[in-house]
Design a protein around this ligand. Structure first.
Ligand SMILES: *Cc1c(COP(=O)(O)O)cnc(C)c1O
Length: 421
């Protein structure tokens, strides 16, 4: 149990040698602890993970894989990577894991490189309906190098239109079907996607960047038994260091490993690989299952409170750690709501809602998520109050000082980096 604020390994040394950067670290810690963090893709990683990140493993070049490196002196870092791989396979029940991707986007680039050639067809969720930039956006490599066909959600239910997915798959014969999203509050039916992929002879790639921690904790069904390849981030619901990883079948192991290195990346970040191993072990402890369940229960409590306040939840609710709120009936844009919440000490992001008439920079909605507040120990009643506070901040910017006071009261009880992990 930590009783003092955690500033990182040997913070005093940094303070004496580089006070400017030390001040940045202090200010960011204050910012993270001084407001309510509702960004669905963020979390507070543990002091143990931070310790691994701040280690001399950052010094080591280790191109290649354990036992097959292109540099000498890798016998120690090999142990870190072997542990990370073993733990990832055990945690997710996967046949193979590659723990080197620097980020979720790098993991997707490598997964595509393993399965596709430039010009090949892939089918993925449209960005304005909740997909990710790496799922075929024109401004991303995926949209430039591949022939991308997009599916979306139905206008009436705001749920993935599996009939449309199947029709498009039959019509276009994609080599890869991608399921997974960045702003979709509901469960994804991986079994249905598997059936469609089998019907058209496509690989199934599940991008579980967001919900992977909920899968690790057994709070929602895992994509691993259904997908040929699962890409993930380690820093969102999984609560580890910033980074990515890929899980795949034994059949694809060689192709995935060659795609990560040498095709997409150079030397792995061994301090981050070690920190991923720490996070995988933390996610295997019994407490993490409870965390994953509380994240979802908290997201439901928040969404229900927002709904009672007259803020419409896209698809009518959530099954996960996040909700998407449509603000059109309030006459406040997503960008304006984001600003008003920030002024009241609540950090969240604007987000397009399905069939949004506004450009993405304005957007008609906001996205809220509960990984951070759950890590700092907040429960159902806290989230109900946060729902009321978000509503007040969005509707009446004049009340931001009062909202800030309530935010400070909640934070005084639940302080990140002052409570037990
Ligand atoms: C966050 C996210 C990514 C990318 O992760 P980065 O680490 O930011 O590159 C990829 N896919 C989805 C669905 C995501 O939500």
């Amino acid at each position: 149990m930590g009783v003092k604020p955690y500033y990182g390994p040997d913070f005093g040394l940094l303070l004496s040698q580089d006070p400017e950067i030390a001040q940045v670290l202090l200010d960011e810690l204050d910012r993270e602890r001084g407001g309510i963090q509702l960004i669905a893709s963020e979390n507070f990683t543990s002091p143990a993970v931070l310790a691994a990140l701040g280690s001399t493993l950052t010094n080591k070049y280790a191109e290649g894989y354990p036992g097959r490196r292109y540099y000498g002196g890798c016998e120690v870092v090999d142990r870190a990577e072997r542990l990370a791989i073993e733990r990832a396979c055990a945690l997710f029940g996967a046949e193979h894991a590659n723990v080197q991707p620097h980020s979720g986007a790098s993991a997707n680039l490598a997964a595509y490189a393993a399965l596709l050639k430039p010009g090949d067809t892939m089918l993925a969720m449209a960005l304005p309906h909740g997909g990710h930039l790496t799922h075929g956006s024109k401004v991303n490599f995926s949209g430039k190098w591949f022939d991308v066909v997009s599916y979306g959600v139905r206008r009436d239910t705001e749920l993935i239109d599996y009939d449309e997915v199947r029709d498009l798959a039959l019509r276009h014969g994609p080599k890869v079907i991608v399921c997974g999203a960045t702003a979709y509050p509901r469960l994804i039916d991986y079994q249905v996607f598997r059936g469609i992929a089998d019907e058209v002879g496509a690989w199934l790639l599940a991008d579980a960047a967001h919900p992977i921690g909920l899968m690790a904790g057994g709070a929602i069904p895992s994509a691993v038994p259904y997908a040929d390849v699962v890409t993930l981030t380690t820093h969102k619901t999984l609560r580890g260091p910033r980074g990515g990883a890929i899980l795949c079948t034994g059949e694809l192991a060689g192709r995935i490993d060659r795609a990560v290195f040498p095709f997409v990346q150079g030397g792995p970040l061994m301090h981050v690989v070690a920190a991923k191993a720490v996070a995988f072990a933390e996610a295997m402890r019994p407490g993490f299952a409870g965390y994953a369940q509380r994240v979802i229960a908290n997201a439901r409590a928040l969404t229900e409170a927002l709904t009672r306040e007259g803020m419409r939840a896209v698809s009518g609710g959530t099954d996960t750690h996040l909700a998407l709120i449509d603000l059109r009936e309030l006459g406040v844009s997503g960008a304006e709501a984001e600003r008003r919440c920030a002024a009241a000490g609540i950090t969240l992001n604007r987000n397009a809602v399905p069939y949004d008439p506004e450009p993405a920079a304005i957007a008609s909605g906001i996205r809220v998520g509960t990984p951070c507040v759950t890590t700092q120990g907040m429960g159902l009643q806290d989230l109900e109050e946060i729902g009321t506070l978000v509503s007040r901040a969005v509707r009446s910017p004049g009340s931001s000082a009062e909202v800030r006071e309530r935010v400070a009261a909640l934070l005084a009880i639940h302080r990140p980096y002052l409570s037990e992990y």
